[in-house]
Design a protein around this ligand. Structure first.
Ligand code: NZQ
Ligand code: ZN
Length: 394
């Protein structure tokens, strides 16, 4: 195990009806004039936005509203949010929605105290040094942004999807009421589940040895997702399954399961080019890319894949031929994705084989560049992974 720091200061406020305590928590963390940020309308239709406003009013907290965040949130709305916060003297941002709303809120939060263009943080030109406090009321178990210090924004001009990370972006508190996720369409529920599993896999496939505790924590999250996801697809109102999935999504991405080990994140990098180019759901893109990446890198350490196959998907371990067990594990993962209604190849996602050169170019390794990770990738490897994703079938 490697040395590590683990810093996860977010206060998680979990359970039924907890959104009614928003006002008290904003007060606790020093907010007096709040920007309520939300998406395309699900929180209006469900009545959640009204409950949040009532809770703020009860504490005498003033607020402004900015809705309209799209999935794969855009820089254009972030600029609008920054202007609004400066004009109205906002001192706290409350994101009510999913990962896209939360990431947009984080981008606004870092943009307000910065004199330059907030995109500098996402293009790698500048380091985040300050932010307005952010908190969340989560409505979908997926991105883990409610507990992470990360944000992913898409620059509309060219559809460049890029991430930024900083401890300044960690939410002060996150309200997590699993009931709020019952209105999710099955497809979005499945996209979220896939993202949660991908966050674990990005950490699980590591070259660091002697990481028993985090291996076992990773497997616990993955096994929970394998058990609970089909239950909520079948019965969207299954509160207990929703609750287990919601907490799994947070545990998967606060980095609790990834500390002390080298991590990968190349599947996420490749997927961001897909959701950037096609504006598809991040989880759906991962369903296509993650197993294709697994096939490509598995020969590097078949035993690690065999361990996952055996412990997570119950594939019998073939000690004579761990590669066989590993391959069966990847197939079991694809079968699971198919069962929950996810695409497993380019055609099912609506991606096009002829776009592979564009995707490789946007990934940006050039002729000689390499990524880090479980297996270092070149542009050639990215092309091979995308070709696996074109061919994938069951
Ligand atoms: O906009 P509304 O109307 O709210 O509809 C949303 C949206 O269409 C809908 N939805 C959310 N909660 C709902 C609901 N519909 C009905 N009932 C509810 N309770 O679901 C759709 C998807 O929402 P979105 O916020 O886009 O989903 P998700 O949480 O999966 O976020 C995806 C974004 O997060 C980024 C992704 O790249 C993507 O841009 N990620 C952020 C990370 C982070 N900040 O740490 C890490 C992740 O790996 C990921 O990259
Ligand atoms: Zn993700």
């Amino acid at each position: 195990m490697d040395n590590f720091n683990f810093y996860s200061p977010t206060e998680f406020v979990f359970g039924k009806g907890r959104e009614n305590e928003c006002g008290a928590y904003v007060k606790k963390f020093g907010g007096s004039k709040v920007l309520i940020h939300f998406g395309g309308g699900s929180v209006v239709r469900s009545g959640l936005l009204d409950r949040v406003k009532t809770s703020l009013q009860a504490e005498g907290i003033l607020f402004e509203e900015l809705g309209g965040v799209k999935p794969n949130p855009r820089d254009t709305l972030v600029y609008e949010g920054i202007r609004l916060c400066k004009d109205k003297g906002i001192d706290f941002i409350l994101a009510v929605g999913g990962g896209s709303v939360i990431d947009s809120a984080k981008a606004i939060a870092v943009g307000v105290p910065y004199d330059g263009d907030f995109w500098d943080f996402y293009s790698g030109k500048a380091q985040i040094r300050a932010a307005l406090p952010v908190a969340t009321v989560l409505t979908i178990a997926a991105a883990g942004s409610e507990g992470s210090g990360d944000s992913v924004i898409t620059k509309e001009d060219g559809m460049w999807k890029r991430g930024a990370g900083s401890e300044h972006m960690r939410p002060k508190f996150s309200v997590m009421n699993p009931e709020l996720t019952c209105t999710l369409p099955a497809y979005q529920t499945a996209c979220g589940a896939t993202d949660i599993m991908a966050h674990v896999f990005e950490r699980y496939f590591t070259n660091t040895t002697e990481v028993e505790i985090t291996d076992r924590l990773c497997e616990a999250v993955l096994m929970t997702m394998v058990k609970e996801t089909p239950r909520v697809i079948e019965d969207p109102n299954n509160y207990q399954a929703r609750a287990n999935i919601m907490w799994a999504g947070t545990v998967a991405h606060t980095n609790l399961v990834g500390v002390g080990r080298a991590q990968d994140w190349n599947s996420h990098g490749i997927e961001h080019e897909l959701s950037g180019l096609y504006d598809c759901a991040h989880g759906a893109g991962l369903a296509v890319i993650m197993p294709a990446w697994m096939e490509y890198v598995m020969p590097h350490n078949p035993m690690r894949f065999a361990q996952m196959a055996n412990r997570v998907f119950g594939v019998a371990m073939n000690y004579e031929n761990p590669t066989d067990t590993a391959k069966k594990g990847i197939t079991a993962f694809r079968e699971f994705l198919r069962k929950i209604g996810m695409p497993i190849n380019f055609a099912e996602l609506g991606a096009k084989e002829e776009d592979i050169p564009t995707l490789v170019e946007k990934f940006g390794l050039g002729e000689t560049g390499k990524t880090g990770g479980f297996v270092q990738l070149t542009s050639e490897s990215v092309r091979a992974i995308l070709e696996n994703a074109v061919k994938a079938s069951l």
